[in-house]
Every structure is written in structure tokens, then in C-alpha cells.
Design a protein around this ligand. Sequence first.
Ligand code: ADE
Ligand code: ZN
Length: 326
Amino acid sequence: MRDLPKIELHLHIEGAAPPALVRDIAAEKHVDLSGIFDDRGAYAYDGFADFLRVYEAATSVLTTPDDYARLTRTICERLAAQGVIYAETFLSPDYCGGGDVEAWRDYLAAIREAAEGVEAQGGPVLRGIVTCIRHLGPERAKPVAICSAETAGDFLTGFGIAGAETVGEPREFRWAFDCAREAGLRLTAHAGEWRGPESVAAVLDDLGVQRVGHGVRAIEDPRLVERLAEKQITLEVCPGSNVALRVYPETRAHPIERLRAAGVPVTVSTDDPPFFHTTMTAEYEALHDAFGWDDDDFREIARTAARAAFCDAETRDRLLKRLDET
Ligand code: ADE
Ligand code: ZN
């Protein structure tokens, strides 16, 4: 399964930071981060709110474009080792330059250069999606949207929202999403992870997103499931994340299989892999064990992801061709 070509659409750059790298950077900067690791050196948290706290504490050591370049290289090398040929990563100007456009440009340039360096050596193709952070509120999302609009292009191709879904309402972020849409960015939003189907409907109706991050609790409303299937709204499903954060007790209870059977385009991603002790290969293995998915099912999942990728037509064709060859 490791060798199957994979496409990952939902990966937070800071959430993909290996604890060892975060510890190294913290040590170089004389920052004490011992409170966020367990005695084996893994990230330690209990539940989603605490996960966000640990995530933000780990992120706080990443303070320069060079830190992000280092992180990007590490992530791309790990993706390559999982057979990932294309990935979209969530980037947050709130963490990269505090929402200042000029600082953000430097971070983005560093991330892009690092990604292109790995790609030139046969590594995965990377694209960026700017995310605003829901629990920081709609006013903070405005400069973030401006950062995304100012840097929209062939690398920075999307805009979205992450963070605590339990805080506020999607419609409060309409200005930010309109700004990104007008700049030509494709749109996605985390929804249907910590709230139910109405939360998924709200990001479709109020923000006009083309994809949904998670979206899995749509399963609680059959009419919404029909709508997702009819409109072919792709879900960025992260089963291991949902099990680790206890949205579902185990993979077998996860609705990905039922959503797929209902005709909803589903894809598979890791979200924040070291936090959830997962990899793309581990996700595939868990889905094989839970639902009997085989190579043909995974090929179809990867094709669905290629079709929903926020990339240009030429890159998409290249990905589809590569998937057909294997
Ligand atoms: N940021 C990083 N991972 C996240 C998740 N699973 N949900 C919401 N925000 C996140
Ligand atoms: Zn996420």
C-alpha cells in the first residue's frame, strides 16, 4: 500500500511537523516546550480543545521563513516516502507573519522554494491553501484573505477556514471568502467535524465552498448527503484524525464508506499526521481492514482527489495520467 500513488488534499503544515523537528527548533531558540510532549516524545493532548492548544504551542517556535522552509522539506520527504505524488497544504498567515502581507510573502516564498526543490528531485507536487482560523474571529480573517488574494497564483491556489468549528458562524466570514473568490482562489472549509449537517450546509450556502474539510457528519442528514452527491461536493475525509480526536470510536464506525456508497466524492487525508500517529499508508491500511477496500478502491479515491484538486488543468492531467499508469 505504501507504493500506491496517493493524493492528499487536507494537510496542515504545522500539524505535519514531526515532534523531533519542533524540539530541535525549540532547543536552538532556547524555548521550553516540554509540556506538550509525552514521555516518549510524542505530542500529548486530551481532546480537541487541548489539541489546538498543543498545536499552537508547537507552532509558536516556527518564527521565520527559514523555519517553514525546513518544515516544508521535511514534510515533502515524508510524503514521498508514503507514495504521495501531490499534496495540498494549509498555510496560515496568522502564524506566518501575523497577517502582515509583506511578511507573509517571505514565508510563502520560502515554503514554495523548499517545495520546488524537493519536487525537482522527484518528490511530490505541493500546492498551498491559505486558511483563516475560525476561533480568532472574522476580523482577523480579513487581512488573512487579503494575504491570500495578493499571492494567489499557480502555487497558492485555495482559501479556507480551520480551527474551532464550535465558535461563531460561517456567514461571519463571508467578506474573507468573497475576497479570496474574487482573486480566483478555490474554496474549502472545515465543517461537519465538531458540528452536525447544518454546519456543512452553512459553508455551502454562506461561503460557496467547492470542497468541505471533513464534512463527515453530513451523514446525519440523508437530504444533505443527496445534495453533496448531486452537486459532487468533494469531502476531504481524515478518518484517522476523526478517530484520534474521538469524533468516531473506531474506523469501522466512520461514515466514509456510507458516504461513498451514496455517491458523495470522498478522498482520504491525514490532517495532522504526527498528532494522530498516522500516515497515508496507515490510513489506507485502516480502511482496508475496516471496509475491505483494495487497490482498485484506492485508485478510485486518488482519481477523485485529482479531479477535486485545486490545481491547474495541466497538473491535473499529469496526475490523472500518472494514476492511470499504475
Ligand atoms: N487545525 C488543524 N487540525 C484541525 C482540525 N482537525 N480541525 C480544525 N482545525 C484544525
Ligand atoms: Zn484539518
